[in-house]
Write a protein that binds this ligand. Sequence first.
Ligand SMILES: [Zn+2]
Length: 554
Amino acid sequence: MELKFHFFPTAFPDETLHSVLSRYARLCGGPSRKAAFAGNRAAVSFTQNVAFPCRLDDLVESLPLGTDLSVSEIITRHTVLPYYVPFLTNDQVQHARTSMAGGGMGLMLKLGVNASRIEAASRVRFCPACLDKDVVRVGAAYWHRVHQLPGVLVCPHHGISLRIIDPSWYSRNSWQLNLPDDADVQTHSHQAIAGPEAFPVLHQIALYSMQLLTPTLSPISAGALRACLLERAAELALTRGKLQRLDLRRLAAHMAGVFSSLPAAWEYSVLRESPADLPATWVTKLLRKPRHTHHPLKHLVMSAALGVDLARLTRSDEPSAPPLKRPPLIDVGHLQASFPAALSEELKGLSAAVLKLALAGNEALQIASALGVSRVSVYRVIRSVDGGPQAWRDARFLIERLRRREAFEAEYGFMQAHKCSDYMWLYRRDRTWLLSCIDRHAGVHASRANNTGAFALLDEKLADQIRACAQRLRAGMGKPALVSRTRIGRELHVLSRLEKQLSKLPLCARALEQVCESVEEFHVRRLQWARAKLVGEQRSVNRSALYRTACIRP
Ligand SMILES: [Zn+2]
């Protein structure tokens, strides 16, 4: 290899490979690819700002000793391949990984992505709020993977419109390695969307897209996916008869309704194209027997349109979760139910419109610009209703909590809980949910290779706690309780860990084997206790009294 890096910047969470290399170039003195990577012929391939950078073997070989980055790590954490994984076959995923490590020959064709006009309509984007936050948090601005995903026009973390880089300027300067805080980038970027009516759906799509970046997702069966979509389409009366044949006219109208609130540009201009009074071909293809690979954005838009929680469907670690669950789309119905009855009687005209948007959790500015009124009148209308301000506060809190919960769940997939951006907020205001979420997903983090050390320590500590807990349970006063894995798990608040991760905790498994008792042993212990109790109370000790006191059936 001609070029060796003498240093290499640490890659940040959700940072694209192109971004890490751009930061390297900046540290070397400027954005020029030529200057920073002179002598490395592979650099043209791996520095490009594309979905699937290749020649990663060459890159990793050039990294300085001690850099904690493997090809697999780069692909999983710093490229967008994981976003595509649920919709590819195992074969395609394997081929993509090999191809990205090597020369990338035929990769796009094999993934069926280059045929998709969606990719061509997609733009380079960044979130101004993330930029500011990153500069404060990690000392540098960087490109986030999630903002580059097709169809993501709203930041999933901040719920604000992303800024789009002017594509003609970008392609003229494609040999430069820019970062979002470069003056040129700032000058050649503009806000992605304007109308507030698009925000709820776009935000939902952004959150789903981010959830798809979770590195632990595996391909999902096209059949299962289709069944879920079709079932929901039937619930929405978009199919006919027992055979669930698509009602094309209704389906077209439904999709037109969905697209009416989405922007008419970029990826969405491609997706909304359809023959008159008929749904777009991709819509019917997804709902009929899926034969080919479809772009993830099509699945995301379809799921959002039908209200199918795609992200939950792709989560393989939740077998108990219902396969079909409607996502909490922002609508007022469920909120209004909990508000004072007087409120709904007073909904009239403009006031009604303001209150409707307020109860949907929108901010004053969003309501004002949606209805073309001033913010002052928004506040006035809300104040004029008895209980209005409190109901508005509650609604905004619910929406914010929902957004932060979803963002946390998505981020927690690839970083530690306390490093996720919404951790502190949730810790202060939604601790019960936060702890249960961490507990629920503990298995995902435990499976990471770099956790093995921490796991061994935990195993030892927890095994001691299990023994102590069992001893405490047996020594306890009163009626003996069954010493079981469930009981110990509950006592120590580690039940789900013991259920999901016991194979990784050998000392705990052995401790449980030793301390847990069989039902027979437990019955003997209960009967002995019952006998002592009867004797102590100077009652007659006979068979039926013994069983009754022990609360077990003979
Ligand atoms: Zn942001």
